[in-house]
Design a protein around this ligand. Sequence first.
Ligand code: C5P
Length: 398
Amino acid sequence: MLAQKRILLIIGGGIAAYKSLDLIRRLQDRGAHVVPVLTRAGEQFVTPLSVSALAAHKVYRDLFDLTDEAEMGHIQLSRSADLVVVAPATADMMGRMAAGLANDLATTLLMATDKPVLIAPAMNVRMWEHPATRRNRERLAQDGIGFVGPETGSMACGEYGAGRMAEVAQIVEAVETALSTGPLAGRRILVTSGPTHEPIDPVRYIANRSSGAQGSALARALAALGAEVVFVTGPADVPPPEGVQAVRVETAREMEQAVQQALPVDAAIFAAAVADWRVVSASEQKLKKTGTGLPVLELAENPDILAGVAQMGERRPRLVVGFAAETDDMVRYATAKRERKGCDWIVGNDVSPATGIMGGSENAVVVVTTEGAEHWPRMSKDEVGRRLALRISDALRG
Ligand code: C5P
């Protein structure tokens, strides 16, 4: 819930601005007080009257509106909020934010605020993929700006691709996460998730059946408890949850690098199904059927990312948790794995095809700690995520 929360909503100039009218309502449904700001370009898409009527609040439009300055200066306006949301955030708005410009009311508020900022980008796919926007995205992420979306889909301009503004429900979820004051507030937690892809040649790779669903559910649950979550994910079937810092990687070695960059953290949870082996020298060209025999793939062992972090000295997170996907004798293997890797807990799950767990929506786990093995009943992966997040929160408190 967002009771008593004050959200400064900056509506930028894009066709997705119509969704921001609904966003105002949905935030209010959750108990939030929405103070709207409409940019000049935003006014071309939605009217000040509809925005102020829905928000039941005056809509701020102009930096040089003296009445506003007399009532409330722009500095005060930017600070009286608990969170600043920009939806839609256009390519132009992101560019000005990244460059540190303050040439209208919206960008001045964004420069002046001392509160967290969440943006919902919306633009044509070419603009989203443009090198300038990529640079701006990186810069804004480094500045601590939170992102929700964009989504991939068909666009008002008739093209298809990434750039559609996130749905209203997603933005509300990201707002709730950003304002969460749960038991994990102030904690930084790393979660790895999904499979890794190890290239054989430019079109083929070694992979596994991990969907990333359990890692995603756990990351979402940790963020909902207020943690700052760094989510390092391989090419998974499910998208990263809202409200986490998603780092996308392909290979085990890229995952290892991203994990090292995320440190230090309070807890590190390794839910990724990392490929054990990679092809020593992946071919630059597609391997061909030559008729002169079969290709021979030489394999090398991938770095064990979990063991590396669990056994690091000074920078070791307080809590290190591994997963063990087994098809038989789970408790014995999971217990041995805990010892071998040097982690605190192992969450074991039976991934025999008959269980339908790999790729399915349910999980039946065994949590192995110093105290022994605890069998949890079969439940949804979301519920496993929520329960594990609570256990992690208890462990970090103790
Ligand atoms: O050794 P095994 O793959 O069974 O161990 C599983 C656990 O170790 C999981 O937590 C997985 O994320 C982690 N792991 C890793 N790096 C690897 C292999 C596994 O972090 N190269």
